[in-house]
Design a protein around this ligand. Structure first.
Ligand code: SF4
Length: 360
């Protein structure tokens, strides 16, 4: 078996673990023992799984990888949002953000601890306001690298996470198979046991994959990064809109909402003089009403090297009040990570540049 062909233990579903056990001449209940060691006791090697036969552990070590992410840096902000930078086995850097109390984020109660997961190293979608897009795309994360962000962040922070958003570095729907494999493990009672309704995938607007996700059994939530209520505005800041324009995207959103009988959330980053006009607010209101979607307004976090800025507080409030006046359930996120560069990709970019400057 080549190194590349070896699966990682935290990418396997319970059924896969049962098959591994049977293939190695062991009863299938070994799968639950392994899952218990991985997701309850949180061990970091097969050797620590002491109720498995020694011979079986040796064979597992030969046939299955057991990788883990190394913590490189943590940044915490005054309001205790924390940002974790992890180094993966191929030296890639990814980041994960822990937000202890997010007021009614994605329909959750406000006492939830939310983790914002990365799903790719870098991103190919090149949204003009985003740090993750600045250095382009490197690779997809594997399921275990996504699952490990939850485990490692809980371990490093001592917090129990109960709300997941796939909204960090990368476009989750461009890595849909791996993301879904990871989320099934995160959701499963034998895995991390986080309820599907407390898991949100965010997309910049991959219309075909939104339709594909509608056929998925898992009742996870979907948040669509709209960031513009017309093609003109979206074209200016989100290249994906040239492939799937607003009409195509909204048709897919409508399909998803009807099929899943679920209320969507539109994310809308407010950027001064780009998408924060009253006209955009009115148009966004009409779209959200038509799809019965909620809107989360997020004031822009300045990215070093990019020209955009956040609107004044008055402008943000005015945008919000236009939406509310048109009957839309809208919230304005008073951004929790502003003082630690919490917008996606920023810590990674900063650390990578520092490492390049200082050498290994
Ligand atoms: S906003 Fe999301 S999809 Fe757009 S470049 Fe950044 S990470 Fe990629």
């Amino acid at each position: 078996m080549t190194k590349e062909a070896k699966p990682d233990i935290k990418s396997l579903q319970l059924g896969d673990l049962e098959k591994v056990a049977r293939d190695l001449g062991e009863p299938s209940y070994r799968a639950r023992q392994i899952a218990d060691w991985l997701y309850q006791k949180r061990v970091q090697s097969f050797d620590e799984m002491t109720d498995l036969p020694r011979q079986f552990r040796a064979r597992l070590t030969e046939l299955v990888d057991f990788s883990k992410s190394d913590l490189v840096r943590v940044l915490g902000s005054r309001d205790t949002t924390r940002k974790f930078l992890f180094r993966l086995s191929d030296e890639s850097l990814i980041e994960t953000v822990l937000i202890p109390a997010s007021p009614a984020l994605y329909g959750s109660r406000s006492d939830r601890r939310t983790i914002c997961l990365s799903t790719q190293v870098g991103c190919a979608y090149g949204c003009k306001f985003c740090a993750s897009g600045l250095e382009g795309f490197s690779r997809n994360l594997s399921p275990n690298e996504i699952v490990d962000q939850v485990i490692a962040t809980e371990q490093e922070s001592g917090e129990k996470i109960d709300n997941i958003v796939c909204m960090g570095m990368g476009e989750p729907l461009a890595n849909l198979d791996n993301v879904l494999r990871a989320l099934r493990i995160i959701n499963a009672p034998w895995g991390l046991g986080i309820g599907a309704r407390h898991i949100t995938i965010s997309t910049s607007g991959l219309a075909p994959q939104i339709r594909q996700l509608a056929g998925e059994k898992l009742q996870i939530r979907l948040a669509v990064s709209l960031h513009g209520a017309t093609d003109d505005v979206r074209n200016q800041i989100m290249p994906i809109n040239r492939r799937y324009n607003l009409e195509t995207l909204l048709a897919a959103c409508d399909y998803y909402a009807r099929h899943k009988k679920q209320r969507l959330t539109f994310e809308y980053i407010l950027i001064a003089n780009v998408n924060d006009s009253s006209d955009q607010a009115r148009r966004l209101g009409r779209i959200a009403r038509r799809l019965d979607a909620k809107v989360n307004l997020i004031p822009y976090n300045t990215v070093h090297g990019l020209p955009w800025s956040r609107p004044t507080t008055e402008q943000q409030e005015q945008f919000l009040s236009i939406l509310r006046a048109s009957g839309v359930a809208a919230t304005l996120r008073r951004e929790k990570g502003h003082d630690i560069d919490a917008a996606c990709g920023q810590l990674r970019l900063q650390t990578k540049r520092q490492l390049q400057n200082t050498g290994p």
